[in-house]
Design a protein around this ligand. Structure first.
Ligand code: PLP
Length: 236
């Protein structure tokens, strides 16, 4: 899609206005693709923004939030979860094995399962804690050496390995290379998911969520188009 979320990033608009505009764009893209708008979950990525921004989004009806650092999620959400028990917190950033215990305790969904050692650690922690979080397997569709995610050609075997560990794998996630057309990456992710019987696709960010919805995204992760530009670059 070439249409940019211009109204969504209008600095004069309120956060509630921007959220409403994005929900509308998601619905329109879904309709174009003959999908149901409610088949797409909007995850508001609040990384680097304070709890006040999350509270504003909660007031506008937003319930799914994304953070890319375990520590930041632990600091920002405990009180908000008390006041909003239906808040759903998604971990969308890299997960180190030594943070698995904290991640499982504080998050509801993991989007970045990408290697055997992490799969084993998650399986252990799920058994120990009794919390079984739905997991997306991250695929490095652009085969970028610096980026997390399992290689596309290893995805089938890794999905099977995670299933053998009895992990609740619900779908696949990708972050296309910044300088490339995202559509082929979304299509590749869809293809890998389909041949493995996985129904959920976590793909699409502020600049390309409409394209992602057209290509089957069930979860879009939108940050700056909701909260504004980030003042320091997040770790990735
Ligand atoms: C930051 C981030 C996003 C949101 O990016 P925006 O361009 O601000 O919408 C989505 N997914 C991941 C994994 C991120 O780290």
């Amino acid at each position: 899609m070439t249409q940019s979320p211009s109204e969504a990033s209008d600095p004069a608009a309120t956060l509630a206005d921007r959220l409403a505009a994005i929900r509308q764009q998601i619905a329109a893209a879904a309709e174009t693709a003959q999908r149901k708008p409610d088949a797409v979950t909007l995850i508001a990525v609040a990384k680097t923004f304070p709890a006040e921004a999350v509270i504003e989004a909660l007031a506008a009806g937003q319930r799914h939030f994304g953070e890319n650092r375990v520590q930041e999620g632990m600091a920002k959400y405990p009180d908000l979860r008390q006041s909003h028990p239906d808040l759903v917190l998604h971990l969308i950033g890299p997960l180190q094995t030594n943070k698995v215990k904290q991640a499982v305790a504080h998050f509801d969904v993991i989007h970045t399962l990408d290697r055997e050692s992490l799969a084993q650690e998650l399986a252990r922690e799920f058994a120990k804690s009794g919390r079984r979080l739905p997991c997306f397997i991250q695929v490095n569709t652009g085969a970028e050496p610096q980026k997390a995610g399992c290689a596309p050609q290893e995805a089938d075997a890794f999905i099977a390995a995670c299933r053998a560990l009895d992990l609740p794998v619900v779908g696949l996630m990708c972050i296309p290379p910044a300088e490339e057309e995202p559509a082929p990456h979304f299509a590749l992710l869809h293809k890998i998911a389909k041949r493995n019987g996985l129904e959920q696709l976590s793909m699409g960010m502020s600049s390309d969520f409409e394209t992602a919805v057209m290509l089957g995204a069930t979860h879009v992760r939108v940050g700056s188009a909701i909260f504004g530009g980030r003042s320091y670059p997040p770790a990735s």
